[in-house]
Design a protein around this ligand. Sequence first.
Ligand code: ZN
Length: 316
Amino acid sequence: MQLAETVTFGGSGLNRAAELRGDAAAQAGMLARGRVLPVWRGKPLMQSGGLGWVGSDSVVLYHAGAPVFLGFDADQPCFAADISDWLPEAGAEAVQAGFMDQSEQRHPGLPDSYAFAELRAAMLRLTPREAELAATAKAVLQWHRSHGFCAVCGAASAPVMAGWQRSCPACGAQHFPRTDPVVIMLVTHGNRALLGRSPVWPEGMYSCLAGFVEPGETVEAAVRREVWEEAGIRLGAVRYLSSQPWPFPASLMLGCAAEALTEAITLDPAELEHALWVTREDMVSVMAGTHPLIKPARKGAIAHFLIQNWLADRLD
Ligand SMILES: [Zn+2]
C-alpha cells in the first residue's frame, strides 16, 4: 500500500541512534542538553502546541524513574521518563474510569497550558514525529512498569541500555520490550465491507474485526482464523496493507485486506455483539457521522484509515 506509513503513529523516520544506548557517558551528556517527555500512568505530558517537553533538571521529574533514550529529533536528544509515583492534587481517580479517559492532570511545577492527557484523545494534534516519539515513550515505559521482575527466575530486574533492555542480576537473563502483533482486517465481499462491534464499546461504534496473532501463526492465517471464529465467514485472498504501532498497551496493528468467500454471519457472542455487511454508499455516511445507527471507528485508528482508503480506492 503506497500510503501505508501515513497512518497515525506511522513511521516518521525517527533516528533512534541505538548505537548510543550502551554508551553511559554519551547518554549523560545528551540527557543534560536534551529534553524529556514526562509520562504519568501512561499519559504523556501535552501542551497546546503538541507534546510537553521539559529539561532534565525540571522539578516535574522529581518522581521519575530511569530515563529512556528515544532518539534524535533533528539534533535534539529526546528522552522519556515515567513519573507515575507522582500524585496529582485532583483527577487521579478518573484514569481508570470508562472506555477512554478524558480527564487531564496538571502539575503544580508547570504552567496551566501543560497537562497529562490520554494519547488517543491527543494523537490527532501531533505531528508524525511527535506521534512516533509519544507512542515509543508510552510503550517502553509501560513495559518497564509491568516487567519489573525477571520472567526466568523472579528476581527484580534493572533497566540497562538507555531503557531498551532489562537485565536480571540474579540469573543474567536479558529482557527486551514486548510488541504484540494484532491483525485487523478490512473484509470485503463485492461492494460491501464487514463491520462488527464489541460488547464493551460505546453504543453504536463499529469497526473492522481484529485479534491477536497466536504463536506459530502467519499474519494471513491469523486473519482467516479470527474472521472465522468471530463471524463464521470463510476468506479467500488476504493481503497485508499497513501497520500501526498502537501502544495501548503494546500492540502492533497489522492492517490487511481480505476477500470473503461466504456471506452468512455466525457471531461468537463472547467476542462480538453484532456484525453486519455495509455497502460503500452506507459507509460514506458512517464515516461522515451521519448514519442513523452506526458510528465510525475512531479517527486516527488504523480501522478508520483502512476504511477511508477503501472508499477512496487507495488500497494499492
Ligand atoms: Zn533472572
